[in-house]
Design a protein around this ligand. Structure first.
Ligand code: PXP
Length: 235
């Protein structure tokens, strides 16, 4: 398993003062140095954290791949075609949510996602769909031609906090197995931290975990380099 570090919250902090610090690029370079396999970043429609200029700068300066999280909109499709990240993770987006609250409804938007995937794949971009651990959504993801799914681990993380995670973990295990049987590669992310991440080892064949909030939170106390290293040690 590899670690993709989500650096959005460095931008959240920067934007709190509308200034230049902390630097998103510097954070990404530290995560790269500490062994992250990629930098994950969500360019939201409302630009509440990451901004357009951030993603172009990251693309120019990093030597590890960029995974651009984005909504399935034509604006984002155009940006992705210009930026050419290594991969795009298509996520649902609601203006008023605090963070991505659930997986993408691929069944509902299947034709639109299929078209967008084809346009991005034509440019050499790998596609991952951020979905819940739901077998019908996995089947729809397959039909859209996505190479990857990223399972939303938020429900598992909440259940872990409440001390009763078995059902949610079993759902993830079953969905991962099913996706892999269809030839889809499987990633996971959302709400993972230094405690619950250990259980990701129980899901066979996970390729990468994308983790942000817990790493940036720990970085306040340990520094980012150490926070990334500690997470890599666990996974
Ligand atoms: N993966 C996806 C698709 C996400 O939307 C997010 C949050 O932006 C993450 C991973 C990282 O989640 P967290 O910040 O809770 O680790």
């Amino acid at each position: 398993m590899q670690l993709g570090v989500n650096i959005d919250h460095i931008a959240t902090l920067r934007n709190a003062r509308m200034g230049l610090e902390p630097s998103v690029l510097e954070g990404a370079l530290v995560a790269q140095k500490a062994g992250a396999c990629q930098i994950t970043t969500h360019l939201r429609e409302d630009r509440r954290h990451i901004r357009d200029e951030d993603v172009y700068l990251l693309k120019e300066k990093l030597s590890i791949p960029i995974n651009l999280e984005m909504a399935a909109t034509s604006e984002m499709e155009e940006i992705a075609k210009k930026l050419l990240p290594n991969s795009c993770c298509i996520v649902p987006e609601k203006r008023l949510e605090v963070t991505t609250e659930g997986g993408l409804d691929v069944i509902r938007f299947e034709e639109k996602i299929k078209r967008m995937n084809a346009n991005l794949q034509e440019k050499g971009i790998l596609i991952s769909l951020f979905i819940d651990a739901d077998l019908k959504q996995v089947e729809a993801a397959k039909r859209t031609g996505a190479e990857f799914v990223e399972f939303h681990t938020g429900f598992f993380a909440n259940a872990f906090q409440n001390g009763n995670y078995k059902k949610e973990l079993d759902k993830l295990k079953e969905a991962a197995k099913y996706a892999q049987s269809l030839g889809i590669k499987v990633n996971a992310g959302h709400g993972l931290n230094y405690e619950n991440v250990k259980l990701m080892h129980e899901i066979d064949g996970l390729i990468e975990l994308n983790i942000g909030h817990s790493i940036i939170s720990r970085a306040i106390f340990t520094g980012l380099y150490q926070a990334v290293k500690d997470m890599i040690d666990l996974i």
